[in-house]
Design a protein around this ligand. Structure first.
Ligand code: AMP
Ligand code: ZN
Length: 303
């Protein structure tokens, strides 16, 4: 039933089975109850692993300080993906003009001013400034889940503008952080294969903007800073990244003064599961009716 890889038919079937609900906005469909059940089930697996590993859970809102986005270097590397929050700060006369323009069908956005916040581009961004200073001897493990925004409108059900990222962030001594990343590459593959997914890992690069970005991406691959776990969802030849592993070295820790117990600049790494992509990969592998999925998959998701 789900053997063929065809974006349009996959999308249609997802809608017919009530898994997704079109909204007319690309990459911003609604999620039906059955879809949310899958997301919750997988997120629950990560909850249990994170708890067993002693991770500290923190929840942040889906907006971050504009200054944080600037400091993380996001506007240098990914301006094409950023989402900025603007609001109206004018007077009565301007408010009337704004309203008139809206109802006349004229453009009105130039009457808005940027606020001090932007939409979160990754779930882990607020973590780094929150842990400035000295880390405990064995570092820290943090887990976060958040809605993130990326301006990449698309008809592919796996490429969203607003989606959930479940992350684990490790901060500590360089060797501990690298060992954690390497260990998780295996654990991530085992976890996804254990759910019946044809998961493979590969080195990867971020979609850095422009010509200079090509150099940055090549450097990232050469240094093996980013890995992805890929699963065929909408294409067999171009499998979809469902999980990413980023080793930042001292890139973020230096900016925010995160130091290991000896006072040296710490290293950080994060891994992020795209929850909608995992859910869609499971649907692709096991069918549109999650009630009919193999029992060994169901018991892991819904113990
Ligand atoms: P990244 O920070 O780009 O490595 O993304 C982390 C994870 O989020 C990826 O491994 C994907 O699973 C997921 N992801 C990234 N971009 C999108 C998108 N546009 N739509 C849905 N999921 C995404
Ligand atoms: Zn991250």
């Amino acid at each position: 039933m789900t053997a063929a890889y065809d974006i349009e038919n996959f999308h249609t079937a997802l809608v017919e089975h009530g898994l997704i609900v079109p909204t007319g906005v690309q990459g911003a469909y609604g999620r039906g109850a059955a879809f949310e059940d899958i997301v919750r089930g997988f997120n629950g697996i990560i909850d249990r692993i994170a708890q067993a590993d002693g991770a500290q859970e923190v929840m942040f809102p889906p907006i971050v300080a504009r200054a944080l986005v600037e400091k993380m270097g996001y506007m240098d590397s990914f301006p094409q993906l950023a989402g900025s929050v603007h609001s109206f700060t004018g007077d009565d006369a301007q408010a009337r003009e704004l309203s008139e323009r809206v109802h006349a069908g004229d453009r009105w956005e130039d009457m808005l001013s940027p606020t001090r916040v932007m939409l979160a581009p990754a779930a882990c961004y607020p973590v780094y400034p929150a842990f400035s200073g000295l880390l405990p001897g064995d570092g820290r493990l943090i887990t976060v889940m958040n809605w993130v925004f990326r301006h990449e409108p698309s008809d592919e059900p796996t490429r969203l503008q607003s989606f959930r990222m479940r992350e684990l962030v490790r901060m500590g001594k360089p060797e501990d952080v690298l060992a954690w990343r390497d260990d998780w590459l295996c654990r991530g593959l085992e976890l996804l294969r254990g759910l019946g997914l044809h998961a493979q890992s590969d080195v990867a690069a971020d979609p850095f903007f422009g010509r200079a970005g090509k150099m940055l991406a090549a450097n990232q691959v050469e240094q093996r800073l980013k890995f992805e776990i890929l699963v065929p969802v909408i294409s067999l030849e171009k499998p979809t990244a469902v999980c990413s592993f980023n080793w930042h070295q001292d890139h973020f820790s230096a900016k925010f003064g995160i130091r290991d117990a000896d006072g040296a600049t710490a290293h950080t790494a994060c891994l992020g599961f795209g929850l909608e992509r995992v859910a869609l990969a499971l649907v692709k592998a096991h069918g549109f009716d999650s009630q009919a999925w193999p029992q060994e998959v169901r018991t892991q998701l819904w113990p």
